[in-house]
Design a protein around this ligand. Structure first.
Ligand code: NAD
Ligand code: DAU
Length: 348
């Protein structure tokens, strides 16, 4: 079995690559990644010597290169994670999201069709998507697999578009596909532009914690390794043409999560209780800020026996420990481009 994982040098992708390389020594895993600001081979240092792992630097927006790669490497399956993934960046620069998330996905679909033209038997195109395609919830209800799409940010619109293309290739050409839509992930190797690692880094450096709006928006947080396990069970046992929602059944208002994080950080850094909370700063809300996400993951639980493994408090503590032990990783990713991004987003 030869599987192509796209975006494997990013946050979730690196956990997926690690999980497949370690769990399936008989599989060959190829990781293609452009190594944008979010992609980092340091995330996969422990796999460099693994005989069943292979890295290719490449750009999914290059359609010809994708066809060449697929034809020469003869993949049996694709797990597609490569994307521009940060909502705030999509507000500042939507076009890049169209290029990577929409065109990049279509290029991969075309390459799969070209390489698998003798027949689709034993092949699978797995598209990794997000709960944000469903839009925003009020204080009640949950997203199910049949919730209508209603994306609000350029990021979620680009992911919704890519989901539609994947389904269209299934309907039109019979390409075997599966899609999963997951809630917010957290854990090691997440780039410090996203809420949890950004705030860990700022607390550590005594910098303001920019809370958007009133901090009342709700997200459903999932330990990233649990997402990698879910992708494994869907890849191997999911029904072709189906969608599976993945979520933690773990809803937190941003401000409650931030207070818990401050409390953990005070303890870990030996600061007096309440010290880190003083860094909380209320800033202008994100444009089009979705109020609440909550995933009903009963389908994957019922059909495939998957369930989240970790309680949030335990996972958050493990995450904090990892970032505090990984200062060199943080220093490397927060030098260079990060500094100008940070200045543009938050000022000094
Ligand atoms: P990330 O930004 O950490 O990583 C994205 C990776 O894609 C990076 O390694 C980057 O270099 C690579 N990439 C970007 N453009 C590329 C291109 N043109 N060609 C090849 N590689 C390219 O993202 P993430 O948070 O790990 O998300 C991975 C996937 O999971 C995305 O598709 C995202 O929409 C989806 N997702 C993320 C979350 C979350 O909470 N982070 C939740 C649900 C779904
Ligand atoms: O729901 C899945 C999605 O989760 C993924 O598809 C995205 O790729 C991923 O980035 C994430 O999107 P969010 O926008 O929910 O994540 P983010 O970490 O950017 O923000 C989480 C919440 O925290 C959100 O309500 C905005 C708020 N926030 C975020 C930042 C960066 C702040 O209040 N201040 C901040 O500085």
């Amino acid at each position: 079995m030869h599987i192509l994982i796209t975006g494997g040098a990013g946050f979730i992708g690196s956990h997926v690559v690690r999980h497949f390389v370690n769990s399936y020594p008989g599989y060959r895993i190829t990781n293609i990644d452009k190594l944008t600001y979010a992609g980092n081979l340091e995330n996969l240092r422990d796999l460099e010597q693994c005989a069943n792992y292979h890295f290719v630097k490449g750009d999914i927006t290059d359609g010809d290169a994708m066809v060449e790669l697929f034809v020469s490497e003869k993949f049996d399956g694709v797990i597609h994670l490569a994307a521009e993934s940060h909502v705030d960046r999509s507000i500042a620069n939507p076009t890049e999201f169209v290029m990577t998330n929409v065109l990049g996905t279509v290029n991969l679909l075309n390459a799969a069709r070209a390489a698998w033209k003798e027949g689709f038997n034993g092949k699978l195109f797995y598209h990794v998507s997000t709960d944000e395609v469903y839009g925003a919830l009020g204080s009640e209800g949950m997203f199910t697999e049949t919730t209508s799409y209603d994306p609000h940010s350029p990021y979620s619109a680009s992911k919704a578009s890519s989901d539609h293309f994947v389904r269209a290739y299934n309907d039109t050409y019979g390409l075997p596909v599966v899609i999963s839509n997951c809630s917010n992930n957290y854990g090691p190797f997440q780039f410090p532009e996203k809420l949890i690692p950004l705030f860990i880094n700022n607390i550590r450096n005594n910098k303001p914690l920019p809370v958007y709006g009133k901090g009342e928006n709700v997200r459903d947080w999932l330990w990233v390794v649990d997402h990698a396990h879910a992708i494994d069970v869907i890849y191997h046992n999911g029904r072709q043409g189906e969608t599976y929602n993945i979520g933690g059944r773990n809803e937190w208002r941003n401000i409650d999560l931030i207070r818990l994080l401050c409390c953990i950080m005070d303890r870990k850094l030996g600061r007096p209780e309440g010290e880190s909370e003083k860094l909380i700063t209320w800033v202008t809300d994100r444009a089009g800020h979705d109020f609440r996400y909550a995933i009903d993951s009963s389908k994957i639980q019922r059909e495939l026996g998957w369930a989240p493994s970790l309680q949030f408090e335990e996972g958050l503590e493990k995450t904090v420990d990892w970032y505090l032990e990984s200062q060199e990783w943080l220093d490397n990713v927060t030098s260079g481009e990060y500094k100008s991004y940070y200045r543009k987003m938050y000022g000094e």
